[in-house]
Write a protein that binds this ligand. Structure first.
Ligand SMILES: [Zn+2]
Length: 405
């Protein structure tokens, strides 16, 4: 077993300022069972227990070795600790902030952070890109938590328990279901993304039907259903025939802090006989050659390297994404659509969105029969209804707290 470069020395150094740093101690505890060396360079998993309101909840964070240090993905760490997180890619900055509004801003490769817009603190190690996401060392996380005044967290090394001072503490809300957090989950906002538009027609059917036209119509109908029947906010990434870059579509979802991102498409294949609906979730590795082909088709406007950096953030939502994808797929099947199994593929637009995200290839526009159907408003209404019912099912599962790693 390899516990990485940090041994007892590092642990001793951390002990005196233990109050806030549950995370580091979880990782550095001797004889720690969650340690593993994998091909991806994963050297440890954190498995402290969060105790709030008399209940405990296991937490698992990946940790990687980079330049001789252990690094934790900042977003996942922030989520577990009940902090808000944002990444400003164009500025290479990440921010974490508390429920009470204290905020720290970190810059990639800089060993400093700015707290509440005025105070600069030195960090033991700079913010770094590790395994496709921004990451910090446990010591850096400890210093950040202290600077943000998060002292209501307590770590008990003997039981590897992270205690939140009160059930209403943010850490309790982040990962512990409704039995601790009294406010039930609600579908507040869905971003519906009609694929393509403007100068990008998407795939074009044998008789000339354009994917961008079909996706807009389905998206509009889906938005209407969601607004009228769920009462949630719906944001369309485009509501007319205009070009929107893939980056921008995901950015809309991230800025809205939406609960779900649904990208609508129509599939195409050189094989004119290929037909049916298929729902995709993001993964860096495509689950089949065909899935890779579909992703390549939809990724025309993308920067693949950038996408890899977003990998970790989207992967954090995999359980949610796969649940939503499964429920939508079932609904499309109930409506008589020939549904293929859910697949994973490296869709750029999904990688970029940092919320649960799915991509629905509604039917094959390259199939003459399906192209004909896609011209029918009734058929499109059926597709929208199927996706809508799937989303409703997802919201019900979230409310029950039955989704999770
Ligand atoms: Zn498309």
């Amino acid at each position: 077993m390899n516990r990485g470069p940090r041994g007892a020395g590092a642990r001793r150094r951390l002990l005196p300022r233990v109050a806030a740093c549950a995370v580091c101690l979880g990782i550095l505890a001797p004889g720690w069972p969650g340690l593993a060396q994998s091909q991806s360079g994963l050297v440890a998993t954190l498995d402290v227990r969060l105790e709030a309101g008399g209940h405990t909840q296991p937490l698992v964070l990946p940790a990687w070795e980079a330049s001789g240090d252990l690094y934790l993905p900042l977003q996942a760490a922030a989520e577990y600790l009940g902090l808000e997180y944002a990444w400003y890619g164009t500025k290479n900055k990440a921010a974490v902030w508390t429920a009470s509004g204290h905020k720290a801003v970190l810059t990639l490769a800089m060993p400093t952070a700015v707290v509440d817009g005025q105070r600069m603190i030195r960090l033991p190690r700079p913010l770094k890109f590790v395994q496709g996401g921004v990451a910090v060392t446990p010591e850096t996380l400890l210093d950040l938590l202290q600077a943000l005044g998060e002292e209501s967290l307590l770590y008990v090394p003997e039981s590897r328990t992270l205690k939140a001072a009160a059930p209403e503490h943010a850490a309790g809300r982040a990962r512990v279901p409704a039995r601790v957090a009294p406010v039930p989950w609600k579908l507040r906002c869905v971003v519906v993304d009609p694929g393509h538009g403007g100068r990008d027609p998407g795939a074009v059917g044998p008789s000339g039907l354009k994917e961008k036209t079909v996706t807009l119509e389905i998206a509009r109908q889906l938005a209407k259903l969601l607004e009228e029947r769920c009462g949630c906010e719906v944001i369309l990434t485009r509501s007319d025939d205009r070009f929107i870059a893939l980056d921008q579509r995901a950015q809309i979802a991230n800025e809205a802090k939406a609960d779900l991102f649904v990208s609508i498409h129509a599939n195409a294949s050189r094989d004119r006989k290929a037909s049916g609906s298929q729902v995709f979730i993001y993964n860096r590795e495509a689950s089949s050659g065909k899935a890779a082909e579909t992703a390549a088709l939809e990724n025309s406007d993308s920067n693949y390297l950038e996408m890899i950096k977003d990998d970790l953030r989207q992967s954090a939502h995999e359980a949610d994404s796969i649940t939503a994808a499964g429920l939508i797929s079932q609904q499309l099947e109930k409506r008589g659509l020939d549904t293929r199994r859910i697949e994973r593929a490296p869709f750029y637009v999904l990688a970029k969105s940092h919320i649960p995200s799915i991509l629905v290839e509604t039917a094959f526009i390259s199939h003459p029969g399906e192209e004909r159907k896609l011209r029918s408003r009734r058929f499109l209404a059926g597709l929208a209804a199927g996706i809508f019912t799937g989303i409703q099912g997802y919201a019900a599962d979230k409310r029950r707290g039955t989704i999770g790693p």
